[in-house]
Design a protein around this ligand. Structure first.
Ligand SMILES: [Zn+2]
Length: 177
């Protein structure tokens, strides 16, 4: 079994502190970006998510698959659960999920099942993304819940972070001679 480096590679990215006055997609995505940095610092694939309702953040999470040893501990799933707890209802109509990478099949499905009001993501994923990338789970023929998707908000920043993380991991796990 290959050994896994337990220490996170140094994170060259810094958190963004956007103005609280302009609560646009960029604002909420920069908060998701900050959570992705939190993930990196815990040696997790740097993906972050926040959920907005009525101009306020009601959930904020990052990928915790390694720490929890739980394949479902994706940022989006953790954020959706938090948001449902906050609202006191499993229906997240009117809320918007912001995430730094296009949701996978599981998280796209959870978005559909939560009846989320919309999803905004940074980096499209043509291989595993299911909100427009590889599949369109939000547009299932028989599905009665469809929602708008916005892609590409802070795409470059979020892609750079993901690429840098995987490069750093490859360096730290390559054999030393
Ligand atoms: Zn996922």
């Amino acid at each position: 079994m290959p050994s896994r480096a337990t220490k996170a590679p140094p994170c060259p990215f810094e958190k963004i502190y956007p103005s609280q006055l302009k609560r646009d997609d960029q604002f909420f995505m920069s908060l998701a970006y900050n959570r992705a940095i939190d993930a990196w610092k815990e040696n997790e694939v740097p993906i972050g998510a926040v959920i907005e309702l009525g101009g306020e953040v009601i959930a904020s999470a990052y990928n915790r698959v390694e720490a929890t040893k739980d394949p479902t501990a994706h940022a989006e799933i953790l954020a959706i659960t938090q948001a449902a707890n906050f609202i006191g209802d499993w229906r997240l109509n009117g809320a918007t999920l912001y995430v730094t990478k296009e949701p996978c099949p599981m998280c796209s499905g959870a978005s559909v099942m939560s009846r989320i009001g919309g999803v905004v993501y940074a980096v499209p994923d043509p291989k595993m993304g299911c909100l427009g990338g590889a599949r369109d789970l939000h547009q299932l023929e028989a599905g009665n819940h469809r929602f708008p998707i916005t892609m590409g908000v802070m795409e470059d920043e979020c892609r750079q972070m993901l690429q840098a993380f995987f490069q750093a991991k490859r360096r730290s796990t390559s054999p030393q001679f």
